[in-house]
Design a protein around this ligand. Structure first.
Ligand SMILES: C[S@@+](CC[C@H](N)C(=O)[O-])C[C@H]1O[C@@H](n2cnc3c(N)ncnc32)[C@H](O)[C@@H]1O
Length: 307
């Protein structure tokens, strides 16, 4: 197991980017982070630094979107979900079952809420990875305010599509609100499964859309009107995020219905896939166990409720 050193580059890179005139952080091109030295793990050179990242519209949008949100992220997220998001994260974390001597990778860690919940619950070691310098700066601030968390949590900048870790490097992996932002969710899931030891848990949290017609209609009304309104109380960028979520969540399930997503998990070599719908389906927790052999018997294990 390799200990990762604390990172301070996130805050510095953010300051430099602002100094370069990108204070609003809503540019449509990917950030170049000219002075971002990238994370270092015991002196290893950065293999997949931001300069080598490919850029698609979806990718550019995700980088741009999250560059403006970290300062209010935890508060607005709680408000937009009527305080349910914390309960959803706790439910996801509860599926992991880590031991204190184990190492968990939290992908799309953002401001580190899931990473902190993992440490709180299991006292395990956590590596949080995210492609957004700005969101990582939020996670770094969380670390800085909590010495025990700082001891257990390391942060790293990187992409879910190309994790800078060896096969089976982690005991478990968690990821939250990630697959809507990647071009190829199936390939990303395979990459996430790659770094987990056989028998380890892979767990995720995503927004959902209620299945029952009346609830779905209410959800749609709230998403289209309520989310931008609540977001607008904070900033123009949050109002735009509200509008984006109202489109992005149903679009995701139109492209990948839950049955297709479950099949993706199985194809990625994750068995015993279970799905829990929370808050009438507005939150979806999915988890499973890394199979012993790549792609083998991927369908084994108890099936989940596909709603
Ligand atoms: C909605 S936030 C979730 C943050 C946090 N996990 C939580 O519990 O709220 C989504 C995060 O995914 C990150 N992200 C999106 N696409 C990514 C990718 N391809 N690789 C790594 N991080 C990504 C964003 O930068 C953002 O921080």
């Amino acid at each position: 197991m390799r200990p990762l050193g604390p990172v301070h580059w996130g805050v510095e890179a953010l300051a430099l980017r602002r100094a370069n005139g990108d204070a609003a952080g809503m540019s449509t091109s990917p950030p170049t982070h000219p002075a971002d030295p990238g994370p270092s793990v015991e002196g290893e050179p950065v293999q997949n630094g931001p300069d080598t990242w490919p850029s698609s519209g979806r990718k550019r949008h995700a980088l741009s979107l999250f560059s403006a949100l970290p300062s209010d992220y935890d508060r607005v997220g709680a408000l937009m979900s009527f305080g349910q998001d914390r309960r959803w994260r706790e439910a996801m974390v509860a599926t992991v079952g880590a031991r204190p001597d184990q190492r968990v990778l939290d992908v799309a860690t953002g401001t580190g809420m899931v990473a902190a919940a993992l440490v709180r619950r299991y006292d395990c070691t956590v590596v949080g990875i995210d492609q957004s310098t700005e969101m990582l700066a939020g996670a770094e601030a969380r670390r800085a305010g909590d010495p025990h968390l700082a001891e257990r949590l390391s942060l790293r900048r990187g992409e879910a599509e190309r994790l800078p870790f060896a096969d089976a490097d982690f005991d478990h992996v968690t990821f939250t609100y990630l697959l809507r932002y990647v071009d190829d969710p199936a390939a990303t899931l395979r990459e996430l499964a790659r770094v987990v030891k056989p028998g380890g848990t892979i767990a995720s949290l995503e927004f959902g859309v209620p299945a029952r017609a009346r609830l779905r209609a209410l959800w749609t009304l709230y998403a289209r009107i309520g989310l931008p309104l609540i977001g607008g109380l904070f900033s123009r960028e949050w109002a735009e995020t509200g509008r984006f979520l109202a489109r992005s969540i149903p679009d995701h399930y139109a492209r990948f219905p839950l049955a297709a997503l479950r099949a993706m998990w199985l194809d990625a070599g994750i068995g015993g896939v279970e799905i829990r719908h929370m808050s009438f389906g507005a939150g979806v927790v999915t988890w499973g166990t890394r199979n012993p052999r790549e792609g083998a018997d991927a369908g084994a294990g108890p099936g989940g409720d596909l709603g």
